[in-house]
Design a protein around this ligand. Structure first.
Ligand code: 6R9
Length: 632
């Protein structure tokens, strides 16, 4: 085991890949020794389950097991929005804080299997709360701070959370985000299951408190014991649920189980980032997304690493803020998104050039395809050509990284997610669901099971099957398309379903359309993604007003467009706000009534050459009319 974290070379990579494919049972049973077990598992896979008879606790794996050897090692560095707010917690400190938090949760009646909603900005309490839930066997449900009250309400109701941890305020640069007030509205809407709300004082602002239900967290932590027994969990017991978007309007609560998920987070973190003992690992993701679960929290802490949490934004209060943070804390590994890279790139090369980034060793990206231009900038301007750039492809559903050019496995190409990790067997299928061997482009599926795979969708296993397992029987369907080049390397081309990827955030077109349908002025709508320089994709919405004449009345149309944008902000969140709204008399549909999004995308992108055969549309005349209306 001891050489497991050593930099791979192509031969060792090939050997691991072969062993994992030939005998997964032995390979994963060996790998499971990365974790500390209360009772070790006697076997690896068991249907959808993994390590089923093993007992462990995720928080013990991230904390207790390190106390003897790494008790005084810094586990967590927090850099606040204010330059002078810096907190360094050793493993011993973090362990004590997690125990206190876990005791507070227990005192409020939370136990194994209960759901706890965590709704916080990027502050240490987020990670502490996640680990506290894991310690007592409660499932955490982290809710993104950018969700609207409506979006929060849906997720509270679906998860049945008993307890909510939120903050008085969040900060985004100079802006204040009223988290508690938004959560209050969400609970009033559909939060019947919520018995207790614990409030973290982030800005110290006076937040409205409901007596009996709401409590300031700090005083409770101060009196809580720093010792807390842990709940032994079966490897197949649920660790958390996290909502993500798919093709249906309803958000899906992806369920991850303890043993398989934790192993996947630890294994992939060690391999993909060539993890070393003295690394300072900065994952810039919010804990509201899966990346903040696997690589801000579980992966690096299970491996005994040092994580950095930064409360602020890339370019606030000045364009070099991120590079200040990287320099000050001697960051070795920076894991971020193409969206952030594009924004930082715009500030000019002289901004990072004024900083000492010599501690950097490995750079990673995730969330959306990265262009060759952004990849090259990251590699040369930030990595000075010395740091491997690991473009990691994975999903909420996969639990952790699946396809990436892992350091030492061979040469990387700008923009290619490259090769599957050992233990992952991707396949490309053509439109007849036949495997594409050799070079070609198709839908990306995975042929085998892997420990990090989500177990189900919370309270909707049928949807899990119809979404992932049934479309291509025998395979896990990712929802993405990919191309394989002559060297056998994979290039992710983007979603093949109705999921839009805005700045790395997944948004289902149906979520937007449902928000618009709730405004009774719209008879119908269609949301599509189009290329956007900074965000990767931007949302464009076509709405058909009930009052058909409004589409031809410029003033009415403008008011309706504003109403559409407000509706999306209200029901989904402002992060999903459409870039453009077209008020149109009708939508192009097939004779069977399916909206032809391909055409809407082409019109929005001003690509009206070669629209293809329109004769199969229910109303072929509509398309030229839309083009005339929108493009003039
Ligand atoms: C981890 C995460 C998953 C979707 C995925 C794909 C896109 C993620 C990517 C990438 C190209 C990469 N995606 N990483 N596309 N290259 N390196 O992002 O999870 O929020 O569930 O999104 O993001 O489309 O299907 P999640």
């Amino acid at each position: 085991m001891s050489d497991m974290n050593a930099l791979l070379d192509p031969a060792r990579f090939a050997d691991l890949t072969t062993r994992a494919a030939r005998d997964p049972e032995t390979f994963w049973s060996d790998e499971a020794r990365r974790l500390e077990w209360i009772a070790p598992p006697s076997h690896a896979r068991n249907g959808r389950g993994w390590f089923s008879d093993g007992l462990l606790n995720a928080s013990a794996n991230c904390l207790d097991r390190h106390l003897a050897t790494r008790g005084d090692k810094v586990a967590l560095i927090f850099q606040g929005e204010d330059e002078d707010t810096v907190l360094r917690l050793t493993y011993r400190d973090l362990h004590a804080q997690v125990c206190r938090m876990a005791n507070v949760l227990r005192d409020h009646g939370v136990g194994k299997g209960d759901r706890v909603a965590i709704h916080l900005p990027s502050v240490p309490e987020g990670v502490i709360a996640m680990l506290a839930c894991a310690r007592i066997g409660a499932m955490h449900v982290v809710l993104f701070g950018g969700f609207s009250a409506e979006a929060l309400a849906d997720r509270l109701a679906d998860s049945g959370a008993r307890l909510v941890i939120t903050a008085d305020m969040g900060r985004r640069g100079a802006k204040q985000i009223p988290l508690k007030a938004t959560m209050d509205r969400a609970i009033a809407l559909r939060g019947e299951s919520v018995e207790t709300v614990l409030v973290v004082a982030v800005t110290g602002e006076d937040a409205p408190m409901t007596p009996g239900r709401d409590h300031a967290l700090t005083p409770l932590l101060e009196v809580a014991s720093a010792a807390c027994t842990l709940e032994p969990m079966s490897a197949d017991d649920n660790l958390f649920l996290l909502y993500t978007s798919g093709s249906t309007g309803k958000p899906k609560g992806m369920v991850h189980a303890t043993g398989g998920y934790l192993l996947w987070a630890a294994y992939t973190h060690a391999l993909a980032f060539d993890h070393r003992e003295d690394d300072v690992f900065w994952c810039t993701a919010d804990i509201g997304w899966i990346t903040g679960h696997s690589y801000l929290t579980y992966g690096p802490l299970a491996n005994g690493g040092t994580i950095l949490i930064f409360e602020g934004m890339p370019s606030h209060p000045h364009p070099g803020r991120w590079w200040d943070v990287a320099q000050k804390h001697r960051v070795t590994t920076l894991y971020t998104s193409p969206t952030a890279i594009r924004a930082l790139m715009r500030e000019g090369d002289d901004v990072p050039a004024r900083h000492d980034l010599s501690a950097l060793r490995v750079l990673g990206t995730v969330g959306e395809p990265i262009s060759a231009e952004a990849w090259t900038w990251f590699s040369t301007v930030i990595g000075k050509g010395r740091c491997p750039v690991v473009d990691t492809w994975w999903q909420t559903e996969t639990g952790g990284i699946m396809i990436a050019p892992i350091p030492g496995s061979g040469t990387a190409k700008p923009g290619a997610a490259m090769r599957p990790l050992p233990g992952v067997q991707p396949i490309l299928l053509d439109e007849r669901a036949q495997p594409i061997t050799g070079a070609g482009e198709g839908v990306l599926c995975i042929t085998n099971a892997w420990p990090g795979q989500a177990r189900t969708i919370w309270r909707d296993d049928a949807l899990f099957c119809t979404t992932y397992l049934d479309p291509y029987p025998g395979y896990y369907f990712t929802g993405d398309g990919a191309r394989r080049d002559e060297d056998g390397d994979l290039w992710i081309t983007g979603r093949v379903d109705d999921v839009i990827n805005v700045s790395g955030h997944r948004i289902g077109s149906a979520e937007i359309e449902d928000a618009l349908a709730a405004e009774h002025v719209f008879a119908e709508s269609a949301a599509i993604g189009i290329p956007h320089d900074l965000k990767g994709q931007g949302i464009v919405v076509y709405v058909v007003p009930r009052e058909t004449a409004a589409a031809d009345d410029a003033e009415r149309a403008e008011a309706l467009a504003k109403q559409a944008i407000a509706a999306v902000g209200k029901r989904v969140g402002r992060y999903a706000a459409p870039e453009q709204v077209f008020v149109v008399p009708d939508l192009p549909k097939t004779r069977s009534g399916k909206i032809v999004r391909r055409l809407l995308r082409k019109i929005a992108c001003n690509e009206t050459e070669g629209l293809g055969d329109l004769s199969t549309l229910a109303d072929p005349e509509l398309v030229p009319a839309l083009i005339a209306k929108i493009l003039g």
